[in-house]
Design a protein around this ligand. Structure first.
Ligand code: HEC
Ligand code: HEC
Ligand code: HEC
Ligand code: HEC
Length: 98
């Protein structure tokens, strides 16, 4: 937990490059291990999703468009860490439900 906080604090000032995926940008900060236990994807992604919350908090506290989906959606319903390069790419997901 302490290591994660440290990574998050040091990461705040880093501007993410435009060409790499969200996952690669995270891996540059803390390795694949920052999301995957031992760097290996799990079967159910429960561990991975818990890591998102440990660093970013809860949807209820994250502002638009997050707040509307607290208790309903997972981060990966909108963000595909390996297939998207920026947070705003998640806008493409809206129309699949709304
Ligand atoms: C920001 C968190 C994050 C980081 C860092 C990350 N991943 Fe992932 N990874 C995910 C999530 C979430 C998924 C499942 C959803 C998806 O496929 O986008 C995933 C899926 C995968 C899969 C596919 C697993 C499957 O069953 O389809 C592989 C392989 C993988 N990651 C490898 C890596 C490697 C290697 C690294 C380091 C270079 C890495 N990941 C870094 C979050 C991350
Ligand atoms: C309903 C779809 C949706 C869900 C679910 C979602 N996001 Fe987002 N997120 C977005 C969109 C769209 C943006 C871009 C907002 C903007 O800047 O205009 C964004 C922006 C962000 C940003 C950058 C801006 C900021 O608010 O700091 C981060 C970090 C982020 N999301 C993390 C997460 C995490 C972590 C989760 C899960 C706990 C999550 N998101 C769940 C759609 C979503
Ligand atoms: C070890 C801490 C950590 C973990 C785990 C983590 N993040 Fe992040 N994430 C950060 C930091 C630090 C940044 C860069 C500063 C910021 O934008 O908040 C970031 C940035 C982001 C961004 C914004 C990318 C952009 O366009 O600037 C998104 C989206 C995001 N994370 C989603 C996720 C999701 C989804 C997960 C889980 C699969 C996750 N994060 C796991 C620390 C983490
Ligand atoms: C996986 C399905 C899913 C995705 C993707 C999704 N939403 Fe939602 N959204 C819901 C559900 C379920 C609710 C709560 C029920 C409802 O009010 O429709 C909701 C509620 C909302 C609300 C509250 C107001 C309302 O319509 O009731 C807003 C605003 C909203 N979403 C915007 C967005 C935006 C913007 C995006 C894309 C960044 C997005 N949603 C992506 C499922 C989704």
């Amino acid at each position: 937990m302490f290591k994660k906080l440290l990574v998050a604090v040091f990461g705040i000032g880093i501007a993410f490059g435009a060409a790499a995926s969200i996952a690669d940008n995270h891996a540059d900060m803390g390795g694949c291990e920052s999301c995957h236990a031992d760097g290996e994807p799990s079967q159910d992604m429960v561990h991975e999703l818990q890591q998102c919350h440990d660093c970013h908090g809860e949807l209820a506290d994250m502002g638009e468009p997050h707040v509307h989906h607290d208790g309903m959606l997972e981060c990966t319903d909108c963000h595909a860490p390996h297939d998207q390069e920026a947070a705003t790419d998640a806008e493409a997901a809206c129309e699949s439900c709304h």
